[in-house]
Design a protein around this ligand. Structure first.
Ligand SMILES: [Zn+2]
Length: 206
């Protein structure tokens, strides 16, 4: 792609670094911004910068938050003894949309994936194990997507805590293998949570 302006080229290259956006789309977005009042670009860059610099992760569940302890963890009506283990903030949003779950979350920040060089130490797993050991926890619900990486991660955590006195369950597989949680519709996701099964019976059928 030949550009008539270095400034245009730089902007296109930066936007094209985002996943799913090729150079053509990036060029279209940049040209769109050029046609709009300059305040729009200012608001966009400000929103991105503030998001990047000011966002914090909840000290308890690692969910993205604006405060040290997120609204869910801070909510007195939520049952802290039931922890739903998810990959990232999108899963929290999807499960919250079902309006069924009244426990709290633990956001791992990814899944164990040796191919991508992601091991347990890069994820929020140690803090989860600590929580199960040191706080009053009745049940862990695994709600990772049923990919190989999701299963590996579930099993890794299961091995660390199976001797502890905590119930371990996994969401029922209304969600077919390989589907990401965030794409499941609310009714299906809500049902999979309600009809969760003991984790041990899920590994026997694997
Ligand atoms: Zn939290």
């Amino acid at each position: 792609m030949e550009f008539s302006s270095k400034l245009l080229e730089n902007a296109v290259n930066e936007i094209a670094m985002l996943p799913g956006i090729g150079k053509r789309t990036a060029l279209r977005l940049v040209l769109h911004l050029l046609k709009q009042p300059s305040e729009q670009t200012l608001h966009l860059t400000e929103a991105l910068l503030r998001m990047r610099n000011e966002i914090i992760y909840c000290k308890s569940c690692h969910n993205i938050s604006d405060v040290e302890i997120c609204e869910i963890c801070n909510n007195e009506t939520r049952d802290k003894r039931i922890i739903c283990v998810v990959e990232d903030v999108r899963d929290v949003m999807a499960i919250e949309n079902t309006n069924i779950f009244k426990g709290v979350y633990h956001v791992l920040g990814g899944k164990i994936s040796p191919i991508d060089g992601i091991g347990p130490s890069q994820l929020n797993i140690a803090s989860l194990i600590d929580k199960v050991k040191n706080e009053l926890v009745d049940e862990l619900i695994f709600a990772l997507s049923s990919t190989m990486e999701g299963d590996t991660t579930n099993f890794y955590i299961y091995k660390q805590i199976k001797e502890l006195n905590v119930k371990i369950s996994t969401i029922a597989r209304g969600i077919s293998v390989g589907d990401e949680l965030e794409y499941a519709d609310e009714v299906t996701l809500g049902r999979s949570l309600m009809h969760r099964i003991p984790f041990e019976s899920s590994i026997k059928s694997m």
